[in-house]
Design a protein around this ligand. Sequence first.
Ligand code: GAP
Length: 558
Amino acid sequence: MDMDKLVSLCKRRGFLFQSSEIYGGLNGFWDYGPLGVELKRNIKEAWWRDMVTGHDDLAAPPGAGEPYEMVGLDCTIIMHPQVWKVSGHYDLFCDYMVDCKESKKRYRFDQIRGRWMEFTARNLHLLHGAEERINEIKAKQWFYIATNAETPEAGLEDTIARACKIFGLRRAKAENLLDWETPNLVGLDKDDDLTQVVGPDASREGTLTTPREFNLMFKTVIGALGGEEDVAFLRPETAQGIFVNFKNVCDSTRVRVPFGIAQMGKSFRNEITPRNFTFRSREFEQMEIEFFCHPKSSPQWYQYWRDRRVKWYTDLGLAGERLRLREHDKEELSHYSCGTSDIEYAFPFLPPGEFGELEGIAHRGDFDLRSHMEGKLVAKDGQLIVELSEDGKPKWKGSGKDLSYRDDLTNERFIPHVIEPSAGADRGTLAFLCEAYHEDQAPDEKGEMQTRVVMQFHPRIAPIKVAVFPLVKKDGMPEIAQRIYRALKPHMTAFYDEKGAVGRRYRRQDEAGTPYCLTIDGQTLTDGTVTVRDRDSLKQERIHEKELIAALRERIQA
Ligand code: GAP
């Protein structure tokens, strides 16, 4: 799928706009248009319903060892600054960045990709007449040439062209470059000598500064006076709001371990290089669950949540080879994690074979609750201990509150372990948009086959569920169509359209991803049935007006 086509459809049909576009836009910020807002709300509502309100607290779902409860929470975006010190975000939530002195652009160091190119010029010497030749290396130079190209093929062309310029070669002599057939772009390693690196937008080597740390949390100031002690942060994840309310939820709801707390809401990260449409934004929404369980059963719960969350995406239409679950290698795990997997999607803007993270499912042990009790923890000799300052006191003090749990049946007291399925609502929305985009052939008003763009959303998340058309604007058809539209409205998102040829109205709804279009025609006037057209199969059937609501509700699972 061509990403440019999707980006253009998103703007043209009102799924996504660049934030503050009339002022030139703001990098890393996106607005959802009239269709986009419905799509994203439907995805969030499906998540909330499937994970929280629709969850049966009394029966063990398939794959779970026992029943569990789920409750929700809605915390503030700005929290006590100590939360982020204790959680580790204040000290550790950083990316390495480099600046380019020539282009004045800034890059995330781990995202710089390119190729090492070597140029060897040789002198030919004739010995003993023309029989023997010796190659003497006259000059040998090598550079790492970084590129902004998304695919290795495009990156190769770009690199060869820039390498020829840098080495002073004509393009026809490009075969003198070594390594120019390296199939993949390679990441620039942290230890490499940057003096031989040509930045992605630079024309010469050595313009990149040494990598330095950059904290991703947005700072703000509380109150009118606003001194250094009033600095606060916009939350970079919703999870911490759940941990600091663990005791409140236990005390106010009588939930018993195992149970989960869900929260969705905005998070903010000052990403160095926001990119790939909404994939890496600076303001985005997360849908997170913190699932509290007994340490002994936590490995089983980790397995359960991995499978449960993959199933959620597949049930909503992200099936097939583009979706995968990837278990992290031991080296990739955070120091406190006993297991983490990512649910990943092969976004079309990524090079073939590469996947981007949609959701992480992490076994976090007792790290978070202990941190908020004792203070910021660090790993030492395989144990988590409170990090101390030079004066021997905790570097960042915890709340001192007891966040352990007492099982009132067994009387056992323990600190629950946490399984965290953490999803991005915007990344999910982007994946559903990519998956939905299809082009096929369908007849136009004159019966001629034309390329049709159709967004094949699962009906549950489609922004509009049903569109209602009178075939013509006469013979009482608009009146019946409006009556049907009004009857459908309380049950599902319905759209009324009487403008233009009916074929064109169908096309517009196909692009919006509307699964069903109803047409009120001459036959409706005589037998009360309307045509129901299926967006994907293009099949049409007649359903009586009186049966419409039930028939449509069953089809869209509303
Ligand atoms: N509490 C754990 C946590 O926040 P994360 O992997 O940093 O984990 C979870 O984020 C999810 O949030 C990601 O899988 C992704 O879907 C979404 N996310 C993270 N950063 C994002 C960004 N800059 N733009 C859009 N979505 C983002």
